[in-house]
Design a protein around this ligand. Structure first.
Ligand code: G6Q
Length: 544
């Protein structure tokens, strides 16, 4: 059960505050100097990833107290409740069982007493059959031509996961089919994505859990009109549109044969859905076998999360470090820095996963939270980001813990370029942690006036996640790692990480404003003065 206890009154919380005060001046260089085994002590290996969190402002006591806090918040019981299919998404009264999406066929996972795993595998098998047909060219368009482009129409959780993963695993994808993602209601998104495409060779995946989302349905209607303008016959829809949804009725109403619909369930949240049928574009790209490897990677992390002791449990460790920085050391943002070009959409994916999940200010029972919750998450791939915002990370006034993500081998080895990439990552993490003192700078002969500008304070924390190579399996591991990190933090803060009421108000207001912008005559307006003025201005500008 969610808790009614006061977080800040827990003995572990109080002890952490005292510990913070007692250790605040302890610098990373001193922590390393004082412990020759620090790197070993603060690292672990899980499912092919080596994780090193030694460059953090923590010592064994910090981690012990943080784990104690997690225990006091009932983390093991909350984990068990999630895996048992209990309705832990309290504000929506739903189970949260994305872990069932990667359970092997023989496993039992129950929601309301029913084993959901057979249904998961039934959909996976149908997806596999469909993907094989499209990839082999036996699923053809209306005129008999093979599919050359797949366009996923979806937004939020129905876009960010598949778009990120399809990009991430491009090295494993067929090159015979191109993959595009249209999410925005901005007409430019659809126009640019379809500009030079041939409708006879294009397949649209309308990906929407609810099948009511304004952006996706608007783009789906645009796609149908675009397709029918060229192919003329309504029957073409059946060959060029498939749906991924939980809402069969709305899919049928749109005109898509439900035989071409791939379902999932209300216990799969949008931003946790990439391992469901929402991953159809990914399976089309990499094929069913590799999609199963991707699921196996997620499963490996699920199993680790479920069974490893808290202090050696990687998602828990990352979550606890996040709580330490957010609530005890005042950090307000968190940077994710993949040194892997294929992961360039990963920070955007994590933005939704973390910020939509833990950007909350009330607890399960409606009481305000007592402390800060999820930080802003941001990032870009290295080394590009080094030439953009690393200045702030090194010498800015904000504390920004970083996650560096890299792989020992590149999918595209070329001379020593990959060593160069990894050297940059290690150099950045080292510079952030240990900096360069004014004495060291002065000893280099730097003029006194420039010494402050060229000194680096150091003590800037980072985690390094090093995999062997980016593969479907390792991507699965990485995604599940962050999913469980987010869940763990939600338990510590006693918030519902699986709802997203914060996106509702804007959705409710937009249709009314849209009708005011479209009205043939100037409508009476009753918004605030600024909104009224902008509506009038836009109407004037669009009519002139
Ligand atoms: C994610 C959110 C949200 C959702 C989109 C798309 O957790 O719920 O981002 O995925 O609003 O919703 P549909 O899939 O229902 O179109």
């Amino acid at each position: 059960m969610p808790t009614s206890q006061r977080l800040t009154e827990l003995p572990a919380w109080r002890a952490l505050e005292r510990h913070r005060d007692a250790t605040q001046g302890r610098r990373l260089c001193a922590r390393f100097a004082g412990d020759p085994h620090r790197a070993e002590r603060f690292s672990t290996e899980v499912a092919g990833f080596f994780a090193d969190w030694s460059r953090h402002r923590v010592d064994e006591e910090t981690m012990r107290l943080l784990a104690e806090l997690a225990e006091a918040r009932g983390l093991p019981a909350r984990m068990a409740a999630m895996f048992a299919g209990e309705r832990i998404n309290t504000s929506e009264d739903r189970a949260v069982l994305h872990v069932a999406l990667r359970a092997p066929a023989g496993e039992r996972m129950l929601v309301d007493g029913r084993n959901v795993v057979p249904g998961v595998h039934e959909v996976l098998d149908r997806m596999a059959e469909f993907c094989t047909r499209v990839r082999e060219g036996s699923w053809t368009g209306h005129t008999g031509r093979p599919i050359r482009t797949v366009v996923n129409l979806g937004i939020g959780g129905s876009d960010l996961g598949p778009a990120m993963a399809t990009q991430a695993l491009r090295a494993y994808a067929t090159r015979a089919i191109e993959f595009r993602f249209v999410s925005n209601v901005d007409p430019t998104d659809f126009a640019e994505a379809t500009r030079e495409l041939d409708p006879a060779e294009t397949l649209f995946l309308v990906c929407s859990k609810t099948f009511t989302t304004l952006e996706t349905l608007t783009n789906a209607r645009a796609a149908r009109a675009w397709c029918l303008a060229a192919l003329k016959e309504e029957a073409a829809v059946a060959r060029h549109f498939v749906a991924v949804s939980t809402n069969a009725e709305a899919v049928a109403e749109f005109g898509i044969d439900t035989a071409n619909m791939f379902g999932f369930w209300d216990w799969v949240g949008g931003r946790y859905s990439v391992s469901s049928a929402v991953g159809l574009s990914l399976m089309l790209a990499i094929g069913p076998g590799r999609f199963r490897e991707f699921l196996a990677g997620m499963r490996a992390m699920d199993e680790h999360f479920r069974s490893a002791p808290l202090q050696h449990n990687l998602p828990v460790v990352l979550a606890l470090l996040g709580v330490w920085y957010t609530d005890f050391l005042g950090a307000q943002s968190h940077a994710v820095l993949p040194y892997e070009q294929y992961l360039r959409r990963f920070p955007a994916y994590l933005q939704q996963l973390e910020m939509e999940s833990n950007g909350k200010s009330v607890q399960h029972d409606g009481r305000p939270v007592e402390v800060d919750t999820g930080p802003s998450v941001w990032g870009e791939p290295g080394t590009d980001s080094q030439h953009a915002f690393f200045q702030l990370l090194h010498q800015g006034t904000h504390l920004v813990p970083c996650d560096f993500i890299a792989f020992a081998r590149s999918c595209n080895e070329r001379g020593q370029q990959h060593e160069l990439l990894l050297a940059n990552l290690l150099a950045q993490a080292e510079a952030l942690a240990f900096g360069k003192t004014p004495d060291e700078v002065a000893a280099e002969g730097v003029p006194p006036g420039l010494v402050p500008h060229r000194s680096f304070p150091g003590d800037r924390p980072s985690t390094i996640l090093l995999g062997e190579q980016l593969t479907p399996f390792s991507l699965g591991v990485l995604i599940a790692l962050y999913e469980h990190k987010v869940f763990t933090q939600g338990v510590l803060w006693n918030i519902d990480s699986f709802d997203q009421w914060g996106v509702e108000l804007g959705k409710q207001l937009a249709p009314r404003i849209a009708s005011e912008l479209c009205a043939p005559e100037d409508p009476p307006l009753s918004h605030d003065d600024s909104t009224n003025g902008l509506i009038r201005r836009i109407r004037r500008q669009r009519r002139s």
